[in-house]
Design a protein around this ligand. Sequence first.
Ligand code: NAD
Ligand code: TYD
Length: 341
Amino acid sequence: MKIIVTGGAGFIGSNFIFHMLNTYPNYRIICVDKLTYAGNLSTLKSVMDNSNFRFIKIDICDSEAIEQLFMEEKPDMVVNFAAESHVDRSIENPGIFLETNIMGTAVLMDACRKHGIKRYHQVSTDEVYGDLPLDRPDLLFTEETPLYASSPYSSSKAGADLLVLAYFRTYGLPVTISRCSNNYGPYHFPEKLIPLMIVNALNNKPLPVYGDGKNVRDWLYVEDHCKAIDLIIHKGREGEVYNVGGHNEMANIDIVKLICKELGKSEDLITYVTDRKGHDRRYAIDPTKIHTELGWLPETKFEDGIKKTIQWYLDNREWWEDIISGEYQHYYKKMYESKKE
Ligand code: NAD
Ligand code: TYD
């Protein structure tokens, strides 16, 4: 089996590559990544010399380069993680989100259509459903919840999802979509809530909490998400959407306080700042479908996952210090451009 994994130098994509190479030593994994600010090739250091792994620096919007790659590799599957993924950046600059998240998806699916493929999997998000009220804990997102995205990021992901389903209906492309809740774990870029708070706390810097800090997210350990995608691409039904989440709703402020406690830092570091524009109040996933159809259940409890994650950031200071200093952006030139493939 040959699988193209796009966005594999980012947070979830890299964890997925490690999962797949460990679980299926005979599969060939081809990682396509543009190495934007969010892509960090040093994350993939441990698999770079694996003979079943190839890294190639490509923009998924570059149809010629994608065509060339499909001709060379003749992939069986594509799993598309590549995206602009940060809501705050999408509020500042929506254009690149539309470009990568929607147009990039179309380019990949056109190549799949032309070359034939066993499965195109779109890694989507629960944010396409918009948000839920805090005072209705009974309400959860199901696969039937209407798309009602709030931010340029989530609307670009919703647009891509509609396009994926349109390619299934119009062209019969064998697609699946997963819509997962917020992930946390190793290699999470320190601009997102959990890694930012860990890194800032370790540096005794202010911990910026948006608004009243009561916004709720449904956190899932990244490995559990990777296992869900593994199941969906092998056993999921074509044309179907699967919600992925672990019933683990937490208010932002409670997470930030927990991180302070685990690191022995004072809560005085917490600073309330101006709220995000259009800030979604609450996300909560109903994962009944993936559980009943595919037998998926999350394995890592939040209490354990957050401890593991904090320990990872303590043990891997160089990884995030290179990001803060900007050094990681030279990694490709230093370690890779000389070697090529
Ligand atoms: P990330 O920002 O850490 O990584 C994105 C990766 O995509 C980076 O390596 C980047 O270089 C690459 N990329 C960006 N534009 C590209 C382009 N045009 N061509 C090729 N590569 C490009 O993101 P993440 O948190 O790992 O998220 C991965 C996917 O999962 C995204 O599609 C996101 O929408 C989705 N998702 C994320 C979460 C979450 O909590 N992080 C939850 C649900 C779904
Ligand atoms: P984030 O990690 O950006 O994920 P998303 O917005 O995609 O869910 O943010 C998670 C929550 O944390 C969200 O409610 C916004 C909030 N937040 C802060 O309060 N402070 C911060 O510095 C960041 C980055 C996020």
